[in-house]
Design a binder for this molecule. Structure first.
Ligand code: NAD
Length: 259
């Protein structure tokens, strides 16, 4: 790892898991390029920067647009310097049976959850390769390893990133670049709050029943995963200690994928 200040670009970091990861990285001394669609993204970046005494910036890049991704990476490099860690965290969800699944939702989910990971990785790759160091960490899901009904686009997108993670692990090996995925079970964030109500409609259940009978049913440990656990694993994967871990998908899912 370089001795000078390190920089992380984290997509979807103005909410939920991404914001939690950004705080832990800022606390560890990383400069952060925040990204997301939240209107208060600029303020969030400023607050975190002030709290932990690190330089931060915010990019409102819409990850559905490859040219906006290129612009975000270029701005981050110009403002903060070379990017050491790219965390592909942004994600969207929609729950419906296949015959009712709207095509625009399919395209949105594949675009944000999967294609954007290709575009961000491609954009940072030349600079990481040139500096002989890079860490790409993809926040996929237990749904990158297992399926559930009514989540055709989400499960497809996350399985796609599981595959891309393996490819980038192999391609990055000669250049000091590692690529790994973290696969969380359920974490209580805005994305999951939306799913609880969608699942309730799809399964004709109450929201409490969805949590008990569907979400946590698949986990041996009947607790939501904590954002802090995901952030701690991401920080480890970014460290020198994780230099030979690559191309892999690491579950934090209360034992879901053990079944
Ligand atoms: P969240 O809804 O709280 O945050 C998602 C972030 O992605 C937001 O900042 C949002 O603005 C951003 N985003 C969405 N579309 C975007 C676009 N087009 N361009 C730029 N940014 C965009 O969700 P979360 O629960 O924190 O999820 C973060 C990641 O973790 C996702 O990839 C999700 O699939 C994954 N995940 C979540 C859970 C969970 O239970 N919450 C479980 C497993 C995996």
């Amino acid at each position: 790892m370089k001795n000078e200040t390190k920089t992380a670009l984290i997509t979807g970091s103005s909410s939920g898991i991404g914001l939690g990861i950004a705080k832990v990285f800022a606390k560890a001394g990383y400069q952060i390029c925040f990204n997301g669609l939240e209107k208060n993204g600029e303020e969030i970046a400023e607050e975190v920067g002030k709290e932990y005494g690190v330089k931060t910036m915010f990019s409102p890049a819409n990850l559905l647009k490859p040219e906006a991704i290129q612009e975000m990476v270029k701005n981050a490099q110009e403002t903060l310097g070379p990017i050491d860690v790219l965390i592909n965290n942004a994600g969207v969800q929609y729950v419906a049976p296949i015959d009712e699944f709207p095509e625009d939702k399919w395209n949105l989910i594949i675009g944000v959850n999967m294609s954007a990971v290709f575009h961000t990785s491609k954009a940072v790759w030349p600079q990481m390769k040139a500096q002989g160091f890079g860490r790409i960490i993809n926040i996929t899901s237990a749904h990158g390893l297992r399926a559930s009904e009514f989540k055709s686009a989400y499960v497809t997108s996350k399985h796609g990133v599981t595959g891309l993670t393996k490819v980038l692990g192999l391609e990055g090996a000669p250049f000091g670049i590692t690529c790994n995925a973290i696969c969380p079970g359920y974490v209580r964030t805005p994305l999951v709050e939306g799913q609880i109500s969608d699942q309730a409609k799809a399964h004709n259940m109450s929201e409490d029943e969805v949590v008990e009978k569907i979400m946590l049913k698949k986990q041996a440990i009947k607790d939501f995963v904590k954002v802090e656990s995901i952030a701690a694993l991401a920080l480890f994967l970014a460290s020198e200690a994780a230099a030979t871990i690559t191309g892999t998908s690491l579950p934090i899912d209360g034992g879901w994928s053990a079944q």
